[in-house]
Design a protein around this ligand. Structure first.
Ligand SMILES: [Zn+2]
Length: 250
């Protein structure tokens, strides 16, 4: 640390700000990588939803087909009854019996008609469901392709960002060496407690770039001088002028 005491305030600020640039890049890489698995998970959910819908449709069609069978049985039974009544008609003894049998035949005939109508409706519904299912299966195939591509993309990005991150971490290790412990601890402490990852802030529109509170003109002028390390009175972040930030390249 002895060598650091030879650094000017300006050099200290530059070193600290360089660290911020590196850390912001690392943060961004990690957040990009963090979002992709969620996109994959969303696609997987969507796929599962489509599969469930397709299975439900299949079950509904099966149920309707069973219903058609039941109606066909009803028709056969009703027709058998009609035949039976017609046979009985040949041996009727009186008008009352004749009327009663004819009534039964009429009722059975209506039952046949009703069952035939139900079968027709069910067949129509089954056709509709089949069309819906076809569309669903086509969508499912499309989503499967999407998922495969997304997973490939994820693998590639994970690979690339991990390499890039390693490079940045090496750079960070070097950058940290030039910064005195007190400043580094302050910087790390703030970063650990904020969501935006800003540990050292630039003056932006007369405000602290970390917490956005106004900075008095005189203090801004002092910061531009780069003769003293000055912090935001509101959030405690070390402040630098925008020109200094622009001078930093990795
Ligand atoms: Zn602030």
């Amino acid at each position: 640390m002895a060598a650091n005491t030879e650094l000017t305030v300006e050099q200290k600020l530059q070193a600290l700000y360089k660290l911020q640039v590196i850390d912001s890049k690392i943060d961004k890489l990690r957040s990009v990588r963090g979002e992709l698995p969620m996109e994959v998970a969303d696609l997987e959910d969507e796929l599962a939803g489509l599969e469930t819908r397709s299975e439900n449709l299949e079950a509904e069609v099966k149920q309707m087909e069973a219903s058609i069978s039941a109606n066909k049985t009803q028709i056969m039974d009703a027709k058998a009854n009609i035949k039976k009544y017609e046979k009985q008609l040949e041996n009727v003894k009186n008008n009352r019996e004749f009327d009663a049998l004819n009534k039964e035949i009429e009722i059975a005939g209506l039952e046949v008609q009703a069952a035939e109508k139900r079968i027709k409706n069910l067949q129509f519904d089954i056709e509709q469901k089949k069309v819906t299912k076809e569309a669903l299966l086509a969508e499912l195939d499309g989503r499967k392709v999407d998922l495969k591509n997304k997973k490939g993309e994820l693998d590639t990005i994970v690979d690339e960002t991990e390499k890039e991150e390693k490079g940045l971490i090496d750079m960070r290790d070097k950058a940290v060496k030039g910064i005195e412990e007190r400043l580094l601890n302050g910087y790390n402490g703030i970063r650990a407690n904020v969501k935006n990852g800003i540990g050292i802030a630039i003056i932006e529109r007369n405000s602290c770039g970390g917490c956005f509170s106004k900075i008095p003109p005189q203090r801004q002028a002092d910061i531009r001088q780069r003769k003293k390390i000055l912090v935001c009175e509101h959030c405690g972040r070390v402040l630098v002028d925008p020109q200094l930030a622009e001078e930093i390249t990795l």
